[in-house]
Ligand binder design. Structure first.
Ligand SMILES: NC(=O)c1ccc[n+]([C@@H]2O[C@H](COP(=O)([O-])OP(=O)(O)OC[C@H]3O[C@@H](n4cnc5c(N)ncnc54)[C@H](OP(=O)(O)O)[C@@H]3O)[C@@H](O)[C@H]2O)c1
Length: 323
């Protein structure tokens, strides 16, 4: 089968579109014929091995798993031993531990969610990673249980942000989205009640206060963001970038260390793969309450180009590879 392979860390130049052996589903696994796979911020970390600390998990000298890709939608091709929940031909989506940028991927049966018929493969592939991160951020901040909260999404036009804006509206929040000029109208169309264009306005100098801040950009010092909270407000940090060695870790550690002093109002989000969350998101898409923003699609063979574009241009929603 064809796959996008990296033997070493580096730029998109190290990627090869090449033939590799098709995986066999092990016990408890399902072989999925990939129809669409979405690019994510994490693919860039996997590719470059930067921040360096990520190599402790990814492989110190070279990537332990040489095939990129973590967000997939496709059809069940074969099932391994002990799998009863799925049958060949079922349409599914999943978050994988890499290996998704390929014609086939073996996935634990428990990681799969059913793709509703009315949701396209391209839409479904955007839900793992980006959709689940946004959904888990809503839950961590309690947006899903208390309607009417004022929610600030910093980084509202990207892969996670476009879901976060829409989910916050689903849960009845008043949403302020922070993005650049080019994306302002788009974020408004997703439902944001107010836009802060960070190229023209410094949000930390405004007088607005928020019950919830979901920070996907990490663009301001923690202290400045904290001052934007209402007295009971909750700040959720979903990484941001940071330095080449430790990445966002110092910022996240600062939150973990100071959180007890702030009564648990500062929280870090480490989104976890979750098939039930995928089913929830797919259901919202099927019901017309959530619309994945697919900015562009590219064939699998053009993954390197697609990643290059993602690195040089700001995202508007998701880029999806079609197989
Ligand atoms: N915690 C977790 O488990 C988890 C999971 C997934 C992702 N993440 C992290 O979440 C972050 C966002 O991911 P993503 O996939 O949404 O990235 P993305 O698609 O690249 O989007 C980044 C967003 O940040 C905005 N942005 C850039 N500079 C900004 C600034 N100075 N102020 C405000 N917004 C700014 C961009 O807006 P414009 O294009 O309009 O400039 C864009 O909307 C990344 O750091 C990623 O690593 C964390």
């Amino acid at each position: 089968m064809k796959a996008i392979v990296q033997d070493t860390y580096g730029s998109t130049d190290v990627l090869r579109y090449t033939d590799v052996e098709r995986p066999d589903p092990g016990a408890g696994e399902v072989l999925v014929r990939v129809r669409a796979a979405a690019l994510n911020h994490g693919d860039r970390v996997d590719l470059h091995g930067i921040p360096a600390i990520a190599r402790l998990v990814l492989g110190v000298r070279r990537p332990r798993v040489p095939i990129l890709g973590r967000a997939v939608a496709g059809t069940v091709e074969r099932i391994g031993a002990n799998v009863t929940a799925w049958r060949p031909g079922d349409e599914v989506l999943a978050e994988t531990v890499k290996r998704a940028f390929a014609e086939y991927v073996a996935v634990p049966a428990t990681a799969l969610a059913a793709k509703p018929e009315t949701v396209t493969f391209e839409q479904a592939a955007t839900l793992p990673v980006s959709g689940t991160t946004a959904l888990q951020a809503m839950r961590l901040a309690g947006v899903d249980t208390t309607p009417g909260r004022s929610v600030l999404i910093n980084g509202a036009s990207g892969g996670v942000g476009t879901f976060a804006v829409q989910l916050a509206k689903v849960y009845g929040a008043h949403v302020t989205g922070v993005c650049s000029t080019r994306n302002a109208e788009h974020v408004r169309a997703l439902g944001a009640d107010r836009i802060v264009d960070y190229t023209r306005e410094d949000l930390t100098r405004g007088t607005g206060r928020f019950d919830v801040i979901v920070d996907l950009a990490g663009s301001h010092p923690l202290g400045e963001m904290r001052r934007l909270l209402t007295p009971d407000g909750v700040y959720v940090a979903s990484s941001g970038t940071g330095g080449p060695l430790l990445g966002p870790l110092p910022r996240l550690l600062a939150i973990v260390v100071t959180a007890p002093l702030r009564g648990g109002r500062l929280r870090t989000l480490t989104a976890r793969p979750n098939a039930a969350d995928l089913a929830t998101l797919a259901g919202l898409v099927a019901a017309g309450r959530l619309t994945p923003v697919v900015e562009r699609t590219r064939p699998l063979s053009e993954t390197a180009d697609a990643l290059r574009v993602l690195e040089t241009e700001h995202a508007r929603g998701k880029t999806v590879l079609t197989v």
